[in-house]
Design a protein around this ligand. Structure first.
Ligand SMILES: Cc1cc2nc3c(=O)[nH]c(=O)nc-3n(C[C@H](O)[C@H](O)[C@H](O)COP(=O)(O)O)c2cc1C
Length: 319
């Protein structure tokens, strides 16, 4: 396996926030992206976007979305000013509220606009800031991923990430890595494959098949930051060494609560943490009962108590 093989963590709205990125970075991926940031919100100086979404750990990449070239350019520069050295443009989001405004995957239908927009953004950034794009394989069919990759190559972007689904598929069906492979064979720019990587074995198999330069993880890292390390292990040694224990999961859940408390203590973030906790404990004995308690809990202390109880029950079951 190529020793330069990259492991990236995707931009994931509602998940790769500042606190979870702190945890993910501890597993040393090559790059972690922020949740997608609206260029309109940045330009309107929306406080939430500016303050929370662009709160960066060193090295974090920022993903922006939008269509207006001036807004996109200015947002990229704004992110650069906030410390981002790696900027990505979202050309893949399938959500109706995004697509109906012509953003995200809707832009796949307009390669001319994409080329102009990416060119202008590239021009506005300093040379040591990298620019990349993240696409789906098409809108309704596998239409023009190669055309997009050629634009990325022509403009000297750092890489292109390809999610092997069409917009219409949303998240259903399986990601088509054959299409990713065909694009990779045609361009010299680094191609990062994305879609359905839930285990280290998935990553090894898909990466070998498609010959990509790296993988981007998304739903696979929900409650499972260890996946980053496991993929590194399997790529380097052919086997996974890291096994995740009950203690690992509970400790990580508690650590995550700690990071959120250090970060920002408000109701919204309190709601955000609960889904992460439910993901960490997935598969443990009595996790469904505990999920109900987590979702009804009123404060952080209660959450920690629930997690400690779950640890104890599962430890007892182990012996
Ligand atoms: C809840 C959720 C939020 C997402 N947010 C973003 C986003 O902000 N930007 C983006 O480019 N992709 C986003 N995606 C898509 C993922 O980055 C990824 O392309 C997709 O989930 C496929 O990878 P997977 O099958 O490994 O999950 C999101 C996906 C999910 C499930």
């Amino acid at each position: 396996m190529n020793s330069n093989f990259k492991i990236y963590v995707a931009p994931i709205a509602g998940v790769t926030d500042y606190s979870y990125r702190r945890i993910l970075n501890e597993f040393a991926p090559d790059l972690v992206f922020t949740e997608m940031v609206s260029s309109n919100a940045v330009m309107m100086a929306n406080e939430k976007t500016v303050g929370q979404l662009l709160r960066l750990n060193p090295g974090d990449g920022v993903q922006i979305f939008g269509k207006d070239i001036e807004y996109m350019k200015d947002s990229a520069k704004f992110a650069e000013g906030a410390g981002a050295k790696k900027i990505d443009v979202n050309l893949g989001c399938p959500m109706p509220k995004i697509v109906k405004n012509g953003y995200g995957s809707a832009l796949l239908a307009d390669p001319e606009h994409v080329k102009k927009m990416m060119y202008e953004i590239r021009e506005s950034l300093s040379d040591d800031t990298t620019l990349s794009m993240k696409i789906r394989i098409g809108y309704k069919q596998h239409k023009n991923p190669l055309e997009m990759a050629e634009i990325a190559q022509e403009l000297g972007l750092s890489h292109i990430t390809i999610h092997g689904r069409t917009r219409e598929q949303m998240y259903s069906g399986v990601a088509n890595w054959e299409v990713i492979k065909r694009v990779k064979e045609e361009v010299s720019i680094p191609v990062i494959g994305n879609g359905d990587l839930f285990t280290a074995e998935d990553a090894l198999e898909r990466a070998n098949m498609a010959g990509v330069d790296g993988v981007m993880l998304a739903r696979g890292i929900f409650g499972n930051p260890w996946l980053i390390r496991q993929i590194r292990e399997i790529m380097e040694t052919g086997e996974v060494k890291t096994q995740v224990t009950v203690d690992d999961r509970i400790d990580m859940a508690i650590k995550h609560i700690g990071y959120v408390m250090e970060d920002v203590f408000d109701r919204e973030f309190y709601f955000e943490i609960r889904k992460h906790l439910c993901w960490y404990i997935k598969g443990l004995k009595y996790s469904s009962q505990m999920k109900n308690l987590i979702n009804r809990s009123q404060n952080y202390e209660e959450l920690i108590e629930i997690l400690e109880n779950l640890r104890e029950i599962n430890k007892k079951c182990e012996v």
